[in-house]
Design a protein around this ligand. Sequence first.
Ligand code: SF4
Ligand code: SF4
Length: 331
Amino acid sequence: MLDSKNLNKFIAAIAKQARVRGPVADASGVILSDITPRSSVILTYANFKLPFKREFFPQCEVISRYDGAAVKEESSDNNVVVYFGIRPCDAQSIAMLDKVFVDDKYADPYFQKRRNNALIISLACNEPAATCFCESTGGGPASKSGSDVIAYSLKQSLLFEPVSKKGEDFIKKNAKLFRAPAQKELQEREKLVSVTSSKTHAVKIDGSRAALAKKTDSSFWDNIAETCLGCGACTFLCPTCHCFDLFDEKLGDGSARLRLHDACMFASFVKEASGHNPRNKKGERMRQRVMHKFSYAPENFNAVFCVGCGRCISACPSNIDIRETLAGVIA
Ligand code: SF4
Ligand code: SF4
């Protein structure tokens, strides 16, 4: 246990061991930023606007540089980073991305390195947003998946519970910072978990894979995608989407090879050099996005690639709601 009034002392102690990042407010809302003992860390927020995956899989990164004579791989730093206050859905998304970037046949060294150097302290939710449906996707406001330590924000204290071996080692190493929980604090935690979980919104996911296989009628997808602007906000903000493209950019006398996020909702995503586009219609792209999360990912990785964070719902300028899409698929 850590008394809430000692949070800054905790951050000061951790900052001596590692770079620390956590939730602070800026003009756009609550963001994940470097924090120091003087930072005003926010514990009451629904979630970051931008998904946590960007810490390990940035929207744009330089892979290598060519200086006119030789190609050099870009070196990344080896700093250990402690992430504090990551919401459980974002932590769960990292466990899913591990399946793609770490455990799959072609591991991604860029993701892997940052992931290995990170310790994730998630923060159980107290007040889910109206768009949260994490309970339906195998997670929940106190889900531990992907976390090394989970913290619960109680009335006057924070309860820290190790989840992984890395988390256990962290708690042991910093044992002096914590005290044992009182019985009433444990009860407070139980009450918090059950009340918060009752506030998330249930969506039927079971059976979506089988139902999707039968949903080949293009008019169903055309209707859903009718108002889609193709802006890609849903995919760019999704904590589990992981498509990227590689580009070479001229840079002075040389060039740089860049990796950038890509989005299957863009009209040019699979456009071929001949000009032929296998997914020329918006409905075809919408179907691809939903199939990837609820059919191909379960087939390949045994998990739906949606953590129910609701970002695609709150960010879509056309009010397209993946919960309604799924309900339509299963109906
Ligand atoms: S956010 Fe909405 S409008 Fe933009 S691509 Fe996604 S579904 Fe289409
Ligand atoms: S599909 Fe939507 S609700 Fe599901 S994880 Fe992605 S952004 Fe969140």
